[in-house]
Design a protein around this ligand. Structure first.
Ligand SMILES: NC(=O)c1ccc[n+]([C@@H]2O[C@H](COP(=O)([O-])OP(=O)(O)OC[C@H]3O[C@@H](n4cnc5c(N)ncnc54)[C@H](OP(=O)(O)O)[C@@H]3O)[C@@H](O)[C@H]2O)c1
Length: 504
């Protein structure tokens, strides 16, 4: 069965430019075919929209790995033009490109974890960890960053200098305010306490001019590093600049001129190597194994945290915070509707089916995560430690589905195989968010040819202990809300009110 039709590189390039422009809402003239795709700030869902459209054009599903290997449009178009001539394999109802394209290059993450030797704390830390006056925060235009700002505003008197990607100060301020407004956090009284710093993680010295960098280096007391590119499609190579080298640049700022406290938002993904499967991992355990960490994003989190640990051994006062998936605010239900879990729920509801898989809902509400980060980071005894913001009593996916059903949604559980087939054969338009996530859900990775959901099955994961974190939070008034019908009602109501979900 030959589904290919021959397209020239020029045809494909034109198609990609036009679709990328549509997805990121700019004019096609603004797209540079030699620019790295990552620089257009595509999130996973947007990348999937482009891959799905390419599939329709070309008649075969290009592996997302192609985007990894050929991250600019000009090179990618050349390669796709070649590929459109190739024969296709039809396997298990899922079309795949030839094996050579699905083979990721060997990556030695251990060798990546090298911190620039010039990054050395000058002297020792003399600051007041509980009451920083000048705080530098990355990721303030994102989800968790917004809630960290909220907690810092109430727990400290400090001014928060926020790294923002923008053309100028006023655009940067608008971006911050808009983000805080969308999560119901902004108040005009915060005007003087939230200051944008225009820059970019993926540039040396964070893209900040030398005088401004020197000024920040001399005056900042504490740093919260929450920014990262969360893209589940791009490989390590495409995410490294922002996530790994960006962390190195923030560490540089932390060490230069005066020693600053450095609080890093990592992820439980640092324990994603199959070596930890089924084992209990505690907060202060080493995470030396990286073999078999599959997602490029998780790989960057592993390397970045290693860099932070190295800076700690050089004398930088660090704290590390590892959240699981971050769910909505437990009081208001406000959440990031673009995240993977919400798109999955919406897509499965539209489909009428959830896959019957053994998963725990590995999620903690954003208000818990942000309160815990801010409380723990302000304790002297936290220095040098890592914390697990894992839910202490996670619920199973099955119990979520039961609950969703009781709320009035017509939903059935079917085997994962049936669900995959249904996805391939019936989810054929972008109206269902699963359509754009199909490559992510169906693509087979790793030597065992497993899909991403296979790789995240309960049996393949470690047991993340949060005992030490709960002990450190004792007496703080910060506790993780129980996942019960009240919490799920709050979440569902928000999603219905905002029109993200509908009962009809
Ligand atoms: N969300 C989760 O479920 C989850 C789970 C575990 C760990 N984490 C970690 O938690 C942190 C925050 O995640 P989130 O959910 O808040 O992510 P998010 O909503 O996607 O926000 C990401 C933030 O990083 C910024 N950023 C990305 N690339 C940048 C660059 N090159 N220069 C400057 N800023 C850049 C973004 O700025 P723009 O607005 O300019 O894009 C945005 O402010 C991340 O470190 C993530 O790895 C998240």
């Amino acid at each position: 069965m030959n589904l290919t039709q021959s397209y020239t590189a020029a045809d494909i390039q034109k198609f990609l430019v036009s679709n990328l422009a549509k997805v990121i809402e700019v004019s096609p003239e603004d797209i540079d075919v030699n620019e790295h795709l990552e620089n257009y700030g595509l999130d996973s869902a947007q990348a999937m929209i482009i891959i799905s459209k390419l599939e329709l054009l070309l008649g075969f599903k290009p592996s997302p790995i192609l985007l990894w290997h050929y991250p600019n449009i000009a090179a990618l178009s050349q390669r796709l033009a070649e590929e459109s001539q190739n024969n296709l394999d039809i396997k298990d109802g899922v079309k795949t490109t030839s094996n050579s394209l699905n083979t990721a290059p060997f990556l030695d993450l251990g060798a990546e974890a090298v911190l620039d030797p010039t990054i050395q704390p000058i002297g020792s830390y003399t600051g007041d960890i509980a009451n920083p006056k000048n705080i530098f925060l990355t990721g303030g235009t994102g989800y968790l960053g917004a809630f960290i700002i909220k907690e810092l505003l109430s727990a400290t008197q400090g001014v928060i200098y926020c790294l923002v990607r923008a053309e100028n100060i006023s655009e940067g301020k608008n971006k911050l305010v808009k983000n805080l407004e969308q999560y119901g956090i902004w108040d005009d009284k915060y005007q003087q306490r939230i200051i944008p710093v225009i820059g970019d993680l993926s540039e040396p010295f964070l893209g900040i001019s030398s005088p401004e960098f020197a000024n920040l280096a001399a005056n900042i007391d504490t740093i919260y590093h929450s920014a990262a590119l969360l893209n589940y499609v791009f490989p390590y190579s495409a995410l490294k600049t922002a996530n790994v080298l960006g962390t190195q640049e923030v560490l540089r700022l932390a060490c230069e001129t005066k020693v600053k406290a450095f609080h890093y938002v990592s992820s439980v993904a640092v324990f994603e190597s199959p070596v930890y499967a089924g084992k209990v991992v505690k907060e202060q355990d080493e995470f030396n194994h990286w073999e078999g960490i599959f997602l490029g994003y998780s790989q960057t989190k592993w390397v970045s945290e290693k860099l932070v640990k190295i800076a700690g051994t050089r004398g930088l006062p660090i704290t590390i915070h590892r959240p699981p998936l971050i769910a909505g605010d437990s009081q208001t239900g406000v959440c990031n509707t673009h995240d993977f879990i919400n798109l999955m729920i919406k897509g499965c509801l539209q489909m009428g089916y959830f896959p019957d898989v053994d998963y725990n809902l590995d999620m903690s509400p954003v208000d818990y995560v942000s309160k815990a980060v801010v409380y723990l980071s302000r304790q002297e005894k936290s220095i040098g430690k890592a914390f697990h913001l894992q839910h202490p009593q996670p619920a199973s996916l099955k119990s979520l589905v039961e609950w969703v059903r009781s709320f009035g949604f017509d939903i059935k559980m079917i085997s994962y195989e049936e669900w995959q087939n249904y996805l391939v054969n019936n989810v054929t338009s972008p109206e269902n968010p699963l359509y754009t996530l199909r490559p992510f859900l169906l693509e087979r990775w790793s030597d065992e040819q497993l899909t991403i959901p296979d790789l995240y099955l309960q049996a393949r994961r470690p047991v993340i202990s949060c005992e030490e974190t709960l002990a450190a939070l004792k007496g703080s008034g910060v506790s993780c809300p129980v996942i019960d019908s009240q919490l799920l009602m709050t979440y569902t109501s928000y999603l219905i009110q905002t029109g993200f979900l509908s009962l009809g």
